[in-house]
Design a protein around this ligand. Structure first.
Ligand SMILES: Cc1ncc(COP(=O)(O)O)c(C=O)c1O
Length: 382
């Protein structure tokens, strides 16, 4: 077992993942109870919880929330987790439950491409939005007087990294709350709450669930009052996960450590192979020792993710490369057991060159995957 799996002492990450959120054993009951499909629950007399109405609570969510809480905040009392219908539902729940007209919020200007949509909506509600790049802790420069700092590290798709503790300390010193989008790292790669954040937020659609068949989001937080507002927002908006999705997510978390170990190790090997190719520029992977983000990443991350990004000389070359791949689906999203890659510029939302490729490494045998990539590069050369 290596340092990465040992984290904060106690059981290793594989052990924690397979046991995360499981109820105490009950004779004749399954290890992980199946999804509870219920819009309402028997409720005679005064309406007391835990289970009253299906938009407020569900036993399948309870177990999943416990599982995610154990991974995001191991050994910590008072960490509360709430699951949502998608990552964007979770992000919106934090932004819109915490901010009021007249407040200022700091967002990254190189984060997930739906953040500008959230920005426009925040501004329409009279909230001042300031943006700065992730790299170089540039958000520090625009923190003054802000109510909330939103960090995305590593950033998607540019894979820049900022110093979470440094930014969180600066934000807290002036009374701002701090949220970290932990989608790319997963809680086995980085634990924002330990680094000082008030909220760890993520799209569970990606590597957390890892099979490309579930949309999910979550917010884990350690400030009871702030989390009460997030819970209230979930009730108002109703962006809740279905019980089946919640159960599939919990089932998938059992293999999180296996998937993350394999995918991330292959991502490093792929990055090393790409580094040797003359047609590849702008290669980024925070796990590469010479990556500009590696120094900070190695201080705050235990694993570096399954996404590698790089640029090919032109849009045509990138499209040809994607087309020539046999083991890699040309698809968006990332984190799944089947490798995917896309020319990110096709969406128009990211400030990336036309030949920029975001590559999500799956669980294929590393030799097969790397051979496929090198073959597709050769096939489209010249
Ligand atoms: C970093 C990051 N955060 C949030 C999201 C949004 O998640 P979802 O698609 O589950 O709404 C994504 C989706 O790609 C993402 O990459």
């Amino acid at each position: 077992m290596n340092d990465a799996t040992r984290g904060t002492g106690g059981p290793g990450d594989g052990t924690r993942a397979v046991r995360a959120g499981l109820p105490e054993p009950v004779k004749h009951e399954p290890t992980l109870p199946g999804p509870v499909f219920a819009a309402h629950f028997h409720l005679p007399g005064d309406p007391t919880g835990p289970y009253t109405y299906g938009r407020d609570e569900n036993p399948t969510w309870t177990l999943l929330e416990r599982a995610i809480g154990e991974l995001e905040g191991p050994g910590r009392d008072g960490v509360e987790t709430l699951v949502f219908a998608s990552g964007m539902a979770a992000i919106s729940a934090v932004l819109f439950s915490q901010l009021r007209a007249g407040d200022a919020v700091v967002l990254p200007d190189d984060g997930y491409q739906a953040l500008p949509l959230a920005r426009a909506q925040l501004e329409a509600y009279g909230i001042e939005v300031r943006t700065a790049p992730t790299g170089g802790d540039a958000q520090m420069e625009v923190l003054d007087g802000a109510k909330l700092l939103w960090i995305e590290t590593p950033s998607n798709p540019g894979l820049d990294v900022c110093d979470v503790r440094r930014l969180a300390d600066a934000a807290h010193a002036q009374g701002a709350l701090v949220a970290v989008d932990n989608t790319l790292a997963t809680p086995l790669g980085q634990r924002p709450l330990e680094l000082g954040a008030d909220f760890a937020v993520a799209s569970g659609t990606k590597q957390l669930t890892g099979h490309g068949d579930v949309l999910l989001g979550y917010v884990a937080g350690r400030d009871a009052e702030a989390m009460a507002a997030v819970r209230r927002w979930r009730k108002i908006v109703g962006a809740i996960p279905g019980p089946m999705e919640a159960w599939l997510a919990h089932r998938s978390i059992a293999t999180l450590q296996l998937r993350v170990e394999r995918q991330n190790a292959t991502a490093l090997r792929l990055a090393e192979a790409l580094r040797e190719r003359p047609e590849v520029t702008g290669l980024r992977y925070p796990g590469l020792p010479d990556d500009p983000a590696h120094k900070i990443a190695s201080q705050q991350m235990r694993r570096y993710g399954c996404v590698v990004s790089f640029t090919l000389p032109s849009r045509e070359r990138a499209d040809g490369f994607l087309d020539a791949l046999r083991l890699v689906d040309d698809a968006t999203s990332f984190g799944g057991v089947r490798s995917t890659a896309e020319r990110r510029g096709r969406w128009g939302g990211d400030a990336v060159p036309e030949g920029f490729v975001r590559f999500s490494v799956g669980a294929e045998d590393p030799e097969d995957l790397i051979a496929d990539v090198l073959r597709a590069l050769d096939a489209t050369a010249g």
